[in-house]
Structure formats: C-alpha cells, structure tokens
Design a protein around this ligand. Sequence first.
Ligand code: ATP
Length: 296
Amino acid sequence: MNDLLARLDHVTRRFGDVTALDDVSLDIRPGQIMGMLGPNGAGKSTLLTLVQGLRRASSGTVELFGGSPQDARNRRLLGCTPQATALPETLKVGEVVDFVGAHFESPVPRAELLAEFGLTELARKQTGALSGGQKRRLSVALAFVGRPKLVLLDEPTTGLDVDARRVLWDAIRSQHDRGATVVITSHYLEEIEQLAERVVVIDRGRVLEDDSLGNVLGRVSLRRLTLESDFTAAIGELPGVVGLETGPAGLSTLYSQDSDALVARLVTSGIPFRNLSVRGATLEEAFLTLTERETV
Ligand SMILES: Nc1ncnc2c1ncn2[C@@H]1O[C@H](COP(=O)(O)OP(=O)(O)OP(=O)(O)O)[C@@H](O)[C@H]1O
C-alpha cells in the first residue's frame, strides 16, 4: 500500500550468533503515535536502525516511504535523534537548530522549536555546556526541525526528570497533531500510556503484541502478591496465577490480573499462608511474566 510510511516484511537481523530480530513484520501507517516496549536487548533499537537505513536486514524486506531506506532520498522525510555525543560542542543551541534546519526546505523556525521543547532560555548556551537531560531535549527537538512525516525516537526521555519528561511529551504530542507520525521506544509504561495509540511489544527479537493501547495494557497490567507459605506449589496451581517465583523460607511472589479474585480463592482454598501483601507489578515484572507465558 502506498500510504505506508515504513514496512518490515519477515525481517530477521543477526549479529553473529545473536538474532536481534526474528521474522518481524510490521506496518507503520500515517497518523499514529506508535509505542514500542520491550526489555533490554529485545531488538527495539535494531528495528529502528533498519528503518533508518543504518543497517541492513539479514533477510526479509524493509521499506521506507515505499523504497529502500538506504536511498538518501527516502530519508528526507524521516526525523531521528542524533546521539547527544554527536552535537557540536562549541555551537550554541540556537545555532545548532539553524544549522540542522538549513538542510531542509521548510524548517520549523528556531524560536518556535525552542519554545515548544522548553529550550528558549538555553538558546545562547554552547551545547558542550548542557546537562545530559538538556542535550537529550535538544536532540529530540532536532528530530522535528525539518517537519518530517515520520519520526523515530529511541528512548527519548531516559535520564530526564519528571518536569522535563512532561515538556517533551507535550512537544511530541503537538508535533504529532501537526502531522508527524511518531515511533517511540521506551522502558516506561507510563510514557507509552501518555503518548501512544498503538503499542508493539517486542521481546527476544519477536513481536509479542501489536494492538491498541487499551488492549495491550489490559494484558500487561498485573498485580503482584507476596506471601509466605509451606505450600507454595499448591498456591501456584490456583486459577488466576499467571506467574510464580519462589524464594527462601516459603516466601513466594505471585502474579495475577485480578488479585482480589485470587485472594478470595486463596482464602477459600484453606491453604495456610501468612504475611500477604499486594501491589501493582512494575513494567519489568509484567514483561517477565508475559514473556514467560509466551515461552511455556
Ligand atoms: N552491533 C551489534 N553487535 C552485536 N550484537 C548486537 C549489536 N547491536 C545489537 N546487538 C544485540 O542484538 C540484541 C538486540 O539489541 P537492541 O539494541 O536492538 O535491543 P533494545 O531492545 O534496543 O535494547 P535496549 O532497551 O537495551 O536499548 C541484543 O542481544 C544486542 O546485544
């Protein structure tokens, strides 16, 4: 289809013995903010570098704007974040924006871009003097300077404090409202919840989920129960337990989508236990449970 911005068709990418992407097929359509979630080493960055044309697939096809990502003409409407270390240290923030913008036909004006990304006060500062978080914000702003149709953001807010993160989320949203399609990778479930309409979950090089935000959250929003018992195995067999870890002295951790129902079952089962506590699972734990379930 012509209106696809990018497409991966049965793509595998290996690095020696490591299969970073394993038979991945994915369409990136205009208009969405697509969140890509996955634990460390899942293959998210590899996927983005293939779309950027920085690497080639070992097998399968990658298309960008209907052609090869290796062809520079197809990358003109693609926005990416440079690594913070690639910013010229002695140029001022405003100068870097002008410099990068000069490569495009109709760049976003400097003042507008800086204001949107909360960088106005830093316009006269040399990039070498910026903090890590400020560099990151500038890098993300630069991805948008050429009014790209598709923007790839690899963990744009890692290391930022809450306020800076919110400024970036607002800026990404307003760029999206103006027509940019955005692919964003993150370890933070909250970030994906705030921004994405479509969520792709990747683990060990494979796409585990590709669905609307609501549907995916429903599947990964787990509760975590810890308790002590001499009958851990029997507890693990109760309906509704989707993950079980056992520790020393009868300590166990259970995962469930409906902790209220599980606690009710536990009590009525008559299995002795003590020191029960319940809390929301972290994203990391949700993924662990989700991926273990997939491999059973
Ligand atoms: N240049 C490379 N040489 C060898 N192995 C690589 C290379 N790049 C990535 N890999 C391996 O490919 C796998 C996927 O890595 P990738 O960086 O794509 O994951 P990721 O999901 O982006 O992880 P993170 O969240 O930690 O950034 C990992 O096992 C990684 O070690």
